[in-house]
Each structure stands twice: as structure tokens, then as C-alpha cells.
Write a protein that binds this ligand. Structure first.
Ligand code: NDP
Ligand code: VSD
Length: 287
């Protein structure tokens, strides 16, 4: 009995220690001052608040969404958060879930105007019972920025998931799977991108008071409403503050800390392969 307690205590202390040192082995924080941040879903709700939060830190912003009128309105609001007169807000109207080529070309335009993308925030999305296209909506913009980020050996990519991306709930049979999928995408992408100094984060906001949330509530089943009411509704400004901070200072979650040994050895395989590949590429060139 004593032995079991001792072993358990040892494990708890060990994991806590790992958790405490994990910020030390985390990457350098990103500086938003002068950085180019692209926010998909930036014309409303959480995305708009994330854009405003980044603008307050001196970033240059590209807002991406479909409706041009909403984009122009949001641009005005973001501009009010300026901290210097050099900052610029660019608006781009495109559907991020329809066709890679279109998304790639608008990202190119944005990079020509405001320079390479330092951080991509994948926030476009909606929750209405029925159809939902979250996953392609996050994949295309990510693919469109990744090549340049790899060349520059820097970058941040954020995915806005949801609490419904941690736990499956009544009424979210379409929404939850797509939000769960973002986590799989983010973790796999993180392992591929780490040797290039690109860091990926996932945010899991609770119900948040936005136009999208109001829209969702119009058709929300009673069960879903009752379940949701057990936890409160957040303000988008608050959510934006937290997720931006997490994306700037990337620390590892507890689960990833426990998986530290595995991840560490997998990362070293990835790094090893990257170096080998680059060496053979260089050798090919010499021949
Ligand atoms: N509010 C909430 O309770 C919670 C929300 N979330 C997530 O946060 C994100 C933002 O939600 P919220 O702020 O409430 O939503 P809003 O409806 O207020 O804003 C959604 C934004 O995404 C844009 N958008 C939607 N679809 C596309 C598309 N296919 N291509 C380009 N832009 C698109 C919209 O503009 P337009 O329509 O003009 O394209 C708008 O700018 C979503 O991913 C949502 O799932 C997560 C947890 C809780
Ligand atoms: C591991 C810990 C998990 C805890 C979860 C407990 C959650 C209970 C209430 C869940 C509320 C539903 C949130 C969906 C928000 C959302 O994404 C939509 N509103 C989008 O518009």
C-alpha cells in the first residue's frame, strides 16, 4: 500500500516538474508589433475581436470573409484600435472553403501588399444545424501560407475549435466532428512544421456572444440549449485576449507534456529526415 502511494506520488511530482519546465523548452514568443496577421472570419464575432486585439499590439491585419459590406464595417472598427499611424487593415472577400486556387491567389495578394504572413488565424466557421464545412475552411488558408513560412523559418498558425471540439454534445453531430478534426490536423501539422520553427495552436472557446451565436440559437434544440446553459456565455473580447496570448507564447498542454518523451523522439526523427533531405538536395545541385 505504502509502495503504491509512493509510486503514485512520484509520478505526480514528476509530471508536475515536466509541466513546470515545459515553458522553458517552448519557442520564443512572437512579437506582434509590425507583424502581418491574417484572420479568416475576421469580419465578425471572435475573429473580429482577435483582429482588434492584434491591432492593439501593433500588427498589420488582413481580414478574410465573404460579405464585403461586413468586411468594410469591421475594418473601420479594427482601425480604431491603432497604436501607430503606419498600421494597415486589408480586406479580402473570398470563401475559404471553396477551391484552393482562389484562396492561394488572395493570400498572395495580401503578401504582396503587407509582406509575408507571420501569423494565420483560422476562425472562419459557423454552427448551424445541418451543413458545415469547417475543416476545408481551415485547410486552404493554411496550405496557402505554409510554403512561405517554411522558407522564412518562422510563423504561427492558430485554429479556432470549440468546447464542442473536446466533447461531443447533443445537437452538434455535424459541428463536433469538424471541430475534433481541427485538433488532429493541428497536431499532425505541428510535428511537420516544428523543424521550420512554425508553431501551431488550437483554441477551444465556450459559447461566446457573437452574431454567429445568435444565429445558432435560432434553431438550437432544447437539449442543446439546456446543456449549454450549464456553462456560461463569454464575451468575444475576452476570448480573443486569451487565444492571442496563447498563440504568442506557445506552451505545451498537460497532455502533450506527458507525451513529451514520445514526441521528443518523433521530433528528432523528423529533424533527422529534414537534414538528410536537404543534404541530398544540395548534393544533387552540385552534380
Ligand atoms: N460563438 C461561439 O459560441 C463559439 C464560436 N466558435 C468558433 O469561432 C469561430 C467564429 O465564430 P463566431 O465569431 O461566433 O461567428 P460569426 O458568425 O460571428 O463570424 C464568422 C466569421 O466567419 C466568416 N466566414 C464564415 N464562413 C466563411 C467562409 N466559408 N469563408 C470565409 N469566411 C467565412 C464570416 O463572414 P462571412 O459570412 O461574410 O463570410 C464571419 O466573419 C467559428 O469557427 C466558431 O465555430 C467556437 C466556440 C464558441
Ligand atoms: C474537457 C472539458 C470540456 C468541458 C466541456 C463542458 C461543456 C458543457 C457546455 C458546452 C457548451 C457548448 C459549447 C459549444 C460552443 C460553440 O462552439 C457554439 N456556440 C458555436 O457557435
Amino acid at each position: 500500500m505504502l509502495l503504491v502511494t509512493l509510486v503514485a506520488a512520484f509520478i505526480v511530482v514528476f509530471v508536475l516538474l515536466l509541466y513546470m519546465i515545459s515553458p522553458l523548452i517552448s519557442p520564443k514568443p512572437l512579437k506582434l508589433n509590425g507583424a502581418h496577421v491574417v484572420v479568416t472570419g475576421g469580419s465578425s464575432g471572435i475573429g473580429k475581436c482577435i483582429a482588434m486585439e492584434c491591432y492593439k499590439h501593433g500588427a498589420f491585419i488582413t481580414l478574410v470573409a465573404r460579405d464585403e459590406h461586413k468586411l468594410v464595417q469591421a475594418k473601420k472598427e479594427v482601425e480604431k484600435c491603432a497604436i501607430n499611424d503606419k498600421q494597415v487593415v486589408l480586406c479580402i472577400s473570398v470563401d475559404v472553403s471553396k477551391g484552393y486556387n482562389q484562396v492561394e491567389s488572395v493570400i498572395k495578394q495580401a503578401q504582396e501588399k503587407l509582406g509575408p504572413v507571420d501569423m494565420l488565424v483560422n476562425c472562419a466557421g459557423m454552427s448551424i444545424s445541418g451543413t458545415f464545412e469547417e475543416i476545408s475552411g481551415s485547410v486552404y488558408p493554411t496550405r496557402a501560407v505554409i510554403t512561405t513560412m517554411k522558407e522564412r523559418r518562422m510563423g504561427r498558425i492558430m485554429f479556432v475549435s470549440s468546447q464542442a471540439g473536446l466533447i461531443g454534445l447533443f445537437g452538434y453531430t455535424a459541428y463536433s466532428p469538424s471541430k475534433f478534426a481541427l485538433r488532429g490536423l493541428a497536431e499532425a501539422l505541428q510535428m511537420e512544421m516544428k523543424p521550420y520553427n512554425i508553431y501551431v495552436t488550437v483554441a477551444y472557446p465556450p459559447d461566446t456572444d457573437t452574431p454567429g451565436f445568435a444565429e445558432e440559437n435560432k434553431t438550437k434544440p432544447l437539449e442543446t440549449r439546456l446543456i449549454s446553459e450549464t456553462s456560461g456565455v463569454c464575451q468575444p473580447e475576452q476570448v480573443a485576449k486569451v487565444v492571442v496570448k496563447d498563440a504568442l507564447i506557445v506552451t505545451m498542454g498537460l497532455f502533450r507534456t506527458i507525451a513529451l518523451f514520445y514526441l521528443g523522439s518523433f521530433d528528432s526523427i523528423v529533424r533527422h529526415c529534414m537534414i538528410q533531405r536537404e543534404q541530398s538536395k544540395a548534393a544533387d545541385k552540385r552534380e
